[in-house]
Design a binder for this molecule. Sequence first.
Ligand SMILES: [Zn+2]
Length: 293
Amino acid sequence: MRAYSGADAVRIVCSREGRGPRTVIVAAHPDDETVGAGSRFRYFRDPVFVHVTDGAPRAMHDALAAGFSTREEYGQARRRELHEALRLVSVSPAQCIGLGIADQEASFALPLVARAVRDLLKRTMPGIVLTHSYEGGHPDHDAAAFGVHAACRMLEQEGIVPPPLVEYALYRADRTQGGKMAVFEFLPHAGCGEMTVALNREESALKRGMLRCFPTQKRVLGAFPVSVEKFRPAPQYVFTRPPHEGTLYYENFDWGVYGEQWRDLAGEALEELGILRGVPAGRAGGEGGEKWD
Ligand SMILES: [Zn+2]
């Protein structure tokens, strides 16, 4: 794997030249990738998409509201929607891998996610990995971020230089607005300069078309702009600490787990995976930031 800096990787993700290396995109739910970065995929060479969950919670209200009577049917519908959206950017279903975890349960399978991502990175040797920011918006989003960061740490421990991590922000609590949802707003991290892509007319139209491929998610997708996307090099997160002070966005809902338990699960996963304390010098995934616990 060629070692780009995190800043180089962000510039490549934002570029329209289409000359970047292979990119692996890791998302929690089928649609997160499109919301966060959908306008960029047409420029990626031979991308691979990994979805941690199947998008179908065991609690049935989302499935029933969307007109499905079983969790499986709802999950299959969400996968079909994903394939249709990605077909618009010439990505085939063969380029999509689902880990098959139930929606809202990724936090309980962190070691599995990390090992699956590590194995996939070894197999596909991408130059860049694009994934979620650790922001407390949804526990599965944070679990996907954890899995990618932990996979890179495991590669390092095997003597393999991991690809740089680029992240997109989706949503989180905005403490300055009484905990309301902030969309596409990264939590501040020193040394992780973000880049904003202003989508041109063609990209906006394409992204709108991709988002229309997810009718089961229509209710929520309207909250996201189709005029910009934001990217930055992933900081070195301490997943055993909260992403920010105060109530996390997902703690306002019954989405399977609250923050304190999530962080306990992260700590247990780090231990199970044998991820050492501290960060080796020269880690490619981001600049600055804090050490892992
Ligand atoms: Zn999501």
